[in-house]
Design a protein around this ligand. Structure first.
Ligand code: CTP
Length: 411
């Protein structure tokens, strides 16, 4: 084990002067809950929104707001860059994005971010007014940062502090934490952050399906959608255009994804096959019901009047198999959630469905069961089996997307 693996991951949180600065407090807490040790640098403007004392109390460490007079070191920017395993800018303002793109280092935060270059992965979560976000200058700066291997998280669309409903909202706290966790699990020297999915369209099915018995009752399963949503979050950070086909679940839409909510296996089949028409890849992560009631009642069944002894079921269409049948050179990944003979079942599914890759997990184990924040998967392909260790879901998603990226035909 390396020294890094034996201790908590170090995250440098760089807080800029935007109204969303208050959400950086929650990001800090989320990173701590994910097991990270967090230190903070802020711009002078950021301290007008949230005091440094707040971040000092939350992080348990001095906050770097100036290059001068920092307790314990005359070079806080270099010390922090050396200390960090990842740096995340929350909210990334138009001004700080511009400085990062142009190498301007005129305060503690921008100097520290410049010093991070080549030392650790850098992520930015922009938050600003829609016109500032959509200005050619900001878009060009963001494109430059992407080319240099910065992961961009969001921005989201929604109600902005300036009163407009549009793009520019800081991504959800959970999403910022999840993508940062994915970045931390990459070996930065071997696997720097990449935008290898830029422009690639990926369909992701996620969550359970509900098969109606009557208008208020249905057959479902224990899937929460967390794995599929983590795939969507990390695929976005890597530049993909994500079409998320989500069964009933209560998770927030990852910023920038094109989400369609569906209920039944039949609806998911229709939406996913249509979405796949122009896509480069599909990842069938949903726990689709294998059977559905043949004749769901059009009214609520009354137990006294309509005694129900049995429900006649019929098999649903297999989305994964259908996408594989029409995939050509495109990439299709399936999942196999099993409780026994994991690799045998996964290999059989790989062959029977014609997928490029099956992600197999043992749902009888607590670290890889439905609803867990971790997963322990084996990647099963024609080339063999790769068993991964137990990892947080975003890191599992990142590993799966590595395989997808490698399988995609070069453009
Ligand atoms: N799948 C699908 N459409 C279905 C059923 C499953 O797309 N109607 C996909 C799932 O998203 C997953 C994979 O197929 O990627 C799971 O394979 P499947 O054989 O259906 O697994 P189980 O539902 O567990 O069924 P089995 O009893 O054969 O193990």
């Amino acid at each position: 084990m390396t020294e890094k693996n034996e201790r908590a991951a170090h995250v440098l949180l760089a807080v800029c002067g935007g109204i969303a600065a208050y959400k950086a407090c929650e990001v800090l807490r989320g990173l701590q809950k994910a097991g990270c040790d967090v230190r903070v640098t802020m711009t002078e403007d950021a301290t007008r929104f949230v005091g440094a004392t707040t971040f000092e109390a939350l992080s348990g460490a001095p906050v770097a707001t100036s290059l001068y007079g920092h307790p314990g070191t005359p070079i806080p920017h270099v010390e922090l860059a050396r200390w960090a395993d990842a740096a995340v800018v929350v909210p990334a303002t138009a001004n700080v994005l511009a400085k990062m793109a142009h190498g301007i280092a005129d305060d503690c935060l921008s100097t520290t971010l410049l010093a991070c270059w080549g030392c650790c992965p850098v992520l930015v979560a922009p938050g600003m007014n829609v016109h500032m976000w959509q200005s050619p200058a900001t878009l060009a700066n963001v494109a430059t940062l992407c080319e240099r291997g910065v992961w961009v998280i969001g921005p989201d669309s929604g109600h902005l502090a300036c009163g407009e409903d549009d793009t520019g909202k800081l991504a959800a706290v959970d999403e910022i934490v999840a993508v940062t966790v994915a970045a931390l699990h990459r070996d930065f020297r071997e696997r720097p952050l990449v935008h290898d999915l830029a422009g690639r369209e990926i369909v992701i099915t996620a969550g359970p399906t509900h098969e109606a018995i009557d208008p208020v009752r249905y057959i479902a399963n224990a899937s929460t959608g967390k794995m599929g949503f983590a795939l969507a979050q990390v695929a976005r950070a890597r530049g993909a255009i994500v079409r998320l086909v989500a069964g009933p679940c209560s998770l927030a839409t990852p910023s920038g994804t094109l989400r369609t909510d569906v209920t039944s296996a039949a609806e998911m089949h229709l939406v996913a096959t249509r979405a796949f028409e122009h896509a480069d890849a599909a990842i069938c992560c949903a726990a689709v019901a294998d059977y559905t009631p043949v004749a769901p009642a059009d009214h609520k069944l009354k137990k006294a009047a309509e005694h129900l002894d049995a429900i006649e079921l019929t098999e649903t269409k297999d989305i994964l198999a259908d996408l594989c049948a029409r995939k050509g050179e495109r990439v299709v990944v399936g999942f196999a959630a099993e409780t026994n003979d994991l690799l045998a079942h996964a290999s059989e599914k790989l062959r029977r469905k014609g997928a490029d890759l099956i992600v197999a997990n043992d749902v009888s184990r607590p670290e890889s069961t439905f609803g867990a924040d971790t997963n322990r998967v084996a990647l099963v392909s024609a080339g063999g089996v790769e068993q991964l260790e137990t990892l947080p879901l975003p890191a599992v998603a990142d590993a799966i997307l590595d395989r997808v990226a490698a399988l995609l035909p070069q453009e």
